[in-house]
Design a protein around this ligand. Structure first.
Ligand SMILES: NC(=O)c1ccc[n+]([C@@H]2O[C@H](COP(=O)([O-])OP(=O)(O)OC[C@H]3O[C@@H](n4cnc5c(N)ncnc54)[C@H](O)[C@@H]3O)[C@@H](O)[C@H]2O)c1
Length: 409
């Protein structure tokens, strides 16, 4: 069995290396030349616990190879990005491109697995793209020539390699034969339960998982603003409410980040505006929390400004990634807060993000990266946006004489 993984990012590369480590011949294809060059040498350009080792081992045994042009395989796994456009509609151009590329090389009979998170109906779109691009294969009585399933990925960055094997999976095919073939494949390396359904149920159940989390976090974020006004400790409120056996409120934060939770609800809302009021309100509440946090920082800065006349207020912004101990800045509320404060031009800002080496484009001309200790030494206000392990330094915090604002949970 030869497996071709298309898109070697946070999902695709771990998937490719896990499959290779289970004895399959795997080829990995990505449009990003840097990823391909690194993989040829057995290297990775993303940071994920244990990934370096598995990739190196798979490349050294010859089971995982980087390819520069798509080629014939028995199974194709699509793990390309599915971002949203500025108007919040889904950008399916990467999926469409991958489907068109697959169409060019297949002979018929292959299994195509879509792991990317997609709006309802996208798995069927892949079939239509392949049909349109290869009428020759479908000519004979419009016979079925390809097996297509959606098997949404549910990994948690930071624990990807473990979860790829131990998470439960949902497989929804365009027909039963495709679902069965995919089930036989996943059974070879998944130790969690595998549930079989159709493509639309699989698509919407994945989106529902993340939309559920967005709504739950919106509830926590709304409560956190209420508690601030009422001078009540939000952490205690949620801790005690969660002692109820059927209540599980998530933690508030400075918004919601990552390229899943703040994006996926839009894939349900899009084209269904009148049926998704709760999802839209939750998005609004979570986006507003980021604005609220930046206002709180500015209010605190104004109080300091009154006391110091001849210099700018100095603010350490601690953590840019969207959650602790990772390097992923996608849709991160901390980046938005850094941007909002930078635009004011009235503060001196010390951005600290120990998991990256350079700032994202939108901040690189405005700010510099600082070490945690250095930033604290320089600042009047320390804003904890993400609770990275590097910030857990009781002695350093004891020395700090400024104001601490903690929005990390
Ligand atoms: N990262 C996560 O934690 C996570 C978890 C669950 C689901 N997902 C979903 O998985 C999908 C992939 O996410 P990711 O985080 O791995 O994205 P990513 O951006 O890290 O990686 C995607 C890769 O695909 C490549 N690519 C784009 N178009 C291509 C094409 N036509 N041919 C070959 N390569 C192409 C890009 O160069 C990139 O390297 C998304 O739909 C995402 O929503 C991600």
């Amino acid at each position: 069995m030869k497996v071709c993984v298309i898109g070697l990012g946070y999902v695709g590369l771990p998937v490719a290396s896990i499959i290779a480590s289970h004895g399959f011949e795997v080829v990995g294809y990505d449009k990003n030349k840097k990823i391909i060059e690194a993989l040829k040498l057995g290297h990775t350009i993303i940071s994920e616990k244990g990934l370096d080792m598995v990739v190196r081992a798979s490349v050294e045994t010859g089971r995982l190879k980087a390819i520069e042009k798509l080629e014939l395989a028995d199974i194709y796994i699509i793990a390309v990005p599915t971002p949203k456009l500025n108007d919040n509609s889904p950008d399916l151009s990467y999926v469409s491109e991958a489907a068109a590329e697959i169409a060019e090389v297949i002979n018929g009979g292959e299994l195509v697995i879509l792991e990317s998170t997609v709006p309802v109906g996208t798995t069927e779109k892949i079939l239509n793209i392949i049909k349109n691009n290869r009428p020759d294969l479908f000519k004979k009585n419009n016979n079925k020539v390809i097996n297509i399933v959606h098997c949404p990925e549910r990994i948690l960055p930071g624990n990807t390699l473990h979860e790829l094997v131990y998470n439960d999976r949902i497989i929804g095919g365009l027909d039963e034969e495709a679902t069965k073939l995919a089930n036989d494949f996943y059974k070879t390396f998944v130790k969690g339960n595998i549930y079989l359904t159709d493509a639309k149920v699989a698509e919407l159940s994945k989106l529902t998982e993340n939309a559920y989390r967005d709504v739950n976090i919106a509830f926590a974020n709304e409560l956190s603003i209420l508690c601030e006004e009422l001078h009540i400790n939000i952490k205690d409120v949620i801790k005690f409410a969660n002692k109820h056996p059927r209540v599980n409120i998530l933690n508030p934060g400075s918004g919601v980040g990552g390229h899943c939770i703040p994006v996926d609800p839009w894939f349900i809302i899009n084209n269904n505006e009148h049926l998704t009021k709760l999802l839209q309100t939750s998005r609004e509440v979570n986006l507003n929390k980021t604005i609220w946090v930046s206002k709180k920082i500015q209010e605190t800065a104004s109080k300091i400004e009154e006391k110091i006349k001849n210099r700018k207020v100095k603010i350490a912004l601690l953590g840019l990634s969207y959650k602790p101990n990772i390097d992923d800045l996608r849709e991160s509320p901390s980046v938005d807060i850094a941007k909002i404060l930078s635009q004011k031009r009235k503060y001196e800002i010390f951005v600290v993000e120990p998991n990256i080496h350079s700032l994202p484009k939108e901040l690189e001309n405005k700010q510099k990266l600082y070490e945690f200790n250095d930033a604290l030494d320089k600042s009047d206000i320390a804003v904890i946006l993400v609770s990275h392990k590097q910030f857990n330094s009781p002695s350093k915090w004891q020395e700090f004489e400024g104001i601490v604002l903690d929005f990390s949970e």
